[in-house]
Design a protein around this ligand. Sequence first.
Ligand SMILES: Cc1cc2nc3c(=O)[nH]c(=O)nc-3n(C[C@H](O)[C@H](O)[C@H](O)COP(=O)(O)OP(=O)(O)OC[C@H]3O[C@@H](n4cnc5c(N)ncnc54)[C@H](O)[C@@H]3O)c2cc1C
Length: 376
Amino acid sequence: MIMQSTPVQLGTKDDRKAQLSIPAIMGESAVDASLIPFAQRPVIILGAGIIGCATARQLLQQGFSVVLVAEFLPGDQDIYYASAWAGAAWHAAGGITPDQRYLQAVTHRVLLQMAQDPESGVSVVDAREYLEQPPAPDSAIWGRTVVSKFREMDQTEYPSDFHCAWAYRTLVTDPTRHMPWLGRQIRALGGQFVRHRVQSLQQLYEMYPESRVFINASGLGSKTLTDVLDDRCFPERGQNVFLRTDQCHTMYFRNGQEYTYVIPRPQSKGVILGGVKQEDSLSPEVDLAIARDEIARAHRLAPHIVPAQPAEDAVRHIIGIRPSRRGGFRLDATQAATRTVLSAYGFGGGGYAFSYGIADALVKMVEQAERAHVIV
Ligand SMILES: Cc1cc2nc3c(=O)[nH]c(=O)nc-3n(C[C@H](O)[C@H](O)[C@H](O)COP(=O)(O)OP(=O)(O)OC[C@H]3O[C@@H](n4cnc5c(N)ncnc54)[C@H](O)[C@@H]3O)c2cc1C
C-alpha cells in the first residue's frame, strides 16, 4: 500500500485573513468563521466506517467537537459498508513502507488496550502462520517487533509441505461488536452522527459553513463524489464463511499461492474462513462454489477446527465489498479555499489493521490545520 503525503498548504497569514473574510465563497450561506470560537467549529468527518469512527473517537478524546455524516452508521449491514464485514485480524502487511508499518504498530497498541474491555469486541488470540515460500525481505516478518511471543516454529510442529512457520499472539476484532461499541463510545464522548448521503464534499461544506477541517473517510464513496472522482478506487468483493465452533481461540494463516485464513471470533463462538478477492463480481448473492472452496482450504489448513463437511446449521455467509485503491490508500491534506480537507480512504483489505494508526495520524494533521486556523 502506498501512503501519499502532501504537505498542508495553508498560505500566508494575509492569505488566510483574506480567505476568512469572504464567507460566501462558492455560494454558501454567509458565516464569518473567524467570529466563531475555535472550540465551536466541529471537525466534520464524511464516513462512519472503521476509519471515520476510529478517528472521531480519538479526536473527541482530545477535546475536539466532531460530527460524522454518513449514509451507513455503526450497526448497519449493507455490503457496501465494508466495516460491518471484516475478518478482522491484526496481521502485519508485507510490502509496505516503514511509515505504514508504524501505522499498523500504533493500531496494535490501541487494540491491545481495548482488548481489556470485552465489550469492545477485541480479543487476544494465538496465531500460527504457515509460509509456502521463504519470507521475502519486505515480508510480514517485520511484525515480530509488534506482536508478543513471536517464535519460529520447529519443523515438527507444522505440515511438511510448508517452508517455515511462525507462532505468535495477535489481536482479532469482531466487527459485529466493535462497530456498535465504537458508536456508543463516540456518542458518550459527545460526538454526533448524521445519517445523510452527499453527492460531493461541496455539499458537506454547505451543511457546515463554520467548519474549517473536513475529513474524507468515505471509502469507496470517493470514487463517485463529484468533486473527488478518484478513478483509482475500485470495489473488491469478499465472501467469507462463519463457522460456529467452540474451537475459536487460534488464528491460522496460510501465506502464499493458496492464501487462506481461519480467524477466531471467541466472543461470537466461531471462526471466519476465507478468503477471496473478486473484482469481476459485486453480487450480494452467496456463491456456494466459493464457500465450498473456502471450507476445503480451511480444512486443509486447520483440520482439527474445520471439518471437511460442517453441519449446514453451523455455517453462515458473509459478503462485503472492500474499498480498494490502485497504488494504495490515500492519507494526505489539501486546501479547498479556507478549508483543510484530509483524505483517508482506499484501505482495501486492511482497514482494521491500519485503523487506529490512521486515526492517530489524522489527529496530528487536524492539530496542524487548526493551529494555522487559530493562530492568525
Ligand atoms: C470479507 C472482508 C474481510 C475483511 N477482512 C479484514 C481483515 O481481516 N483485516 C482488516 O484490516 N480489514 C479487513 N477487511 C477490510 C476492511 O473491512 C476495510 O478496509 C474497512 O472496513 C474500510 O473502512 P472504511 O471506513 O474506509 O470504509 P467503509 O466501512 O466502507 O465506510 C465508508 C463510510 O463512508 C460512507 N459514505 C461513502 N460515501 C458516502 C456519501 N456519498 N455520502 C455519505 N456517506 C458516504 C459510508 O456510508 C460509510 O459510513 C475485510 C473486508 C471484507 C469485505
